[in-house]
Design a protein around this ligand. Structure first.
Ligand SMILES: [Zn+2]
Length: 374
C-alpha cells in the first residue's frame, strides 16, 4: 500500500523538505527526523512513529504545495494530536478537529472560530460534518491500514519526546529573535517547556496525606467526610505521608486584566507541573469577576484561558469547592489583587501568588510565592 520513494521521488521529497524548513525553521528537527513514504493511492497521513505518507502523484505538484502538506503532517505529530485526542470517542471527528487547529481546512469554512485548539473544535463540530478521510492516527484521527507498514522503522516514544521538546525550544527562541511565529504555536511551545517552580508532587502528597491522617485521628475533616460519603465504607490502608489514591485537583486561574503575559505564562507552567505530578484528575476554572465552566485537562496543551475583566477569586473557589465529583484540593493561581471568601471554604486551598505583589492571603490557605521572570 505504501512504499519507499523511487530515486526521482526521493529528490522531490528532499526538495519539498528544504522549502518546508525554510518556511518553518523551528520545525527543522522534526522535519529531518521524519521518514517519508509514498503511496500510489491518494493517501496523505502521519503515523505515531513520525512516518509521513504522500501520494506519489502529488510529488510533481507545485513544490510549495507539497512543502505545505509535509509541514501540515509534521505539525500533527509535533503538537501531540494523537495523545491529546486519544480520549475522543469519534476518531474521524477528532482527526478533522486536529486539521482545523492547523488551519487547513480553514475553520471559517465550517462556521467555526479560528485559532482554537483541537479539543475545542472536537466539541464544536457536529459529528455529521466529519466526512474527511483524516491524516492517520498520528494526527489523532482514525488509524489507517498503511500505518502498520509505516512504523516498522518509526522512531520510539522517548526519541519522539526529545524531538518535541527541542522543537518547542526552537519555537520559543525563534519567536524571541524573529517574532513571527503564530501565537497559538508559541503558547503550545511555552506550555511544552514550561518548568513549574512549585514542587507539586510533594505539596499535594503533604496536603492530601494530612487530610487523610487527620480523618484517621478522629478529627472532623470536611474534605474527608465528603469523600467517604461518596465512597461508602472505606477499606483503604493509609500509610502516613502516602496518598491512598491520586488526588483530583481543582485549579482556579486568575484571568483578570491585572494578570500580565508573564503571570499567565507562569500559571500555564504550574498547571503543567500539576498535570505531571501525582494528580489523577485536574479540572481548571478560568476566573475573572466570574468563574468560567470547569474543564478537565489532561495535558497543559489543551488549556484555554478566558477572561480579562474584573477580579474575584471567591467565584472560582466556590465553583471548584462545589464541583461534583469533589476535588481534594483547590489551587488558586493569582497575582493576589482579589477579594477572598470571608470564611474557610471547607476544602484545602493552595494559593500560588505569581509576581512579587505585597498582598495578604487568607489564613485558611497555604500560600506559595511564585516569582515571574519575563
Ligand atoms: Zn491534517
Amino acid at each position: 500500500m505504501i512504499r519507499q520513494p523511487h530515486a526521482d521521488e526521493s529528490d522531490r521529497v528532499a526538495a519539498a523538505r528544504v522549502v518546508a524548513v525554510r518556511t518553518y525553521p523551528y520545525f527543522a528537527r522534526a522535519m529531518f527526523a521524519t521518514t517519508t513514504m509514498v503511496s500510489d493511492a491518494p493517501i496523505v497521513g502521519i503515523s505515531p512513529g513520525l512516518t509521513a505518507v504522500l501520494p506519489a502523484a502529488s510529488l510533481w505538484d507545485d513544490l510549495d504545495d507539497l512543502a505545505d502538506t509535509f509541514a501540515h503532517l509534521v505539525q500533527h505529530w509535533v503538537r501531540r494530536h494523537a495523545s491529546r485526542l486519544a480520549g475522543c470517542a469519534d476518531a474521524t471527528r477528532a482527526g478533522l478537529a486536529a486539521c482545523l487547529e492547523l488551519g487547513d481546512p480553514d475553520p471559517v469554512s465550517y462556521a467555526l472560530p479560528a485559532g482554537e485548539p483541537a479539543e475545542v473544535y472536537y466539541q464544536l463540530l457536529e459529528s455529521a460534518s466529519a466526512d474527511a478521510e483524516g491524516h492517520g492516527s498520528g494526527s489523532g484521527g482514525d488509524p489507517q491500514g498503511w500505518e502498520d507498514d509505516a512504523d516498522g522503522d518509526g522512531i520510539g516514544e522517548a526519541t519522539g519526546e526529545l524531538i518535541r521538546r527541542q522543537v518547542a525550544r526552537d519555537i520559543v527562541d525563534y519567536q524571541r529573535s524573529a517574532g513571527d511565529v503564530p501565537g497559538d504555536l508559541v503558547r503550545w511551545a511555552e506550555g511544552e517547556i514550561a518548568d513549574p517552580v512549585v514542587p507539586w508532587s510533594a505539596l499535594l502528597r503533604q496536603l492530601v496525606g494530612s487530610a487523610v491522617d487527620g480523618a484517621l485521628a478522629g478529627s472532623a475533616d470536611y474534605t474527608w467526610r465528603r469523600r467517604s460519603r461518596r465512597g461508602g465504607p472505606d477499606t483503604r490502608v493509609i500509610t502516613p505521608g502516602v496518598m491512598s489514591r491520586p488526588p483530583h485537583v481543582g485549579v482556579v486561574i486568575d484571568t483578570s486584566g491585572s494578570m500580565n503575559d508573564a503571570d499567565l505564562s507562569a500559571a500555564v507552567g504550574e498547571v503543567h507541573g500539576i498535570c505531571r505530578s501525582a494528580a489523577q484528575r485536574v479540572t481548571v476554572w478560568s476566573c475573572d469577576a466570574d468563574a468560567a465552566t470547569g474543564v478537565e485537562v489532561r495535558q497543559v496543551q489543551a488549556l484555554t484561558l478566558t477572561g480579562g475583566g474584573g477580579t474575584d477569586m471567591t467565584a472560582g473557589i466556590a465553583a471548584a469547592a462545589s464541583h461534583q465529583p469533589p476535588v481534594d484540593a483547590v489551587v488558586v493561581i493569582t497575582d493576589g489583587w482579589t477579594p477572598w471568601p470571608a470564611v474557610d471554604p471547607g476544602v484545602s486551598v493552595i494559593v500560588v501568588l505569581v509576581g512579587d505583589a505585597d498582598v495578604e492571603t487568607p489564613p485558611w490557605a497555604q500560600t506559595v510565592r511564585r516569582p515571574t521572570w519575563r
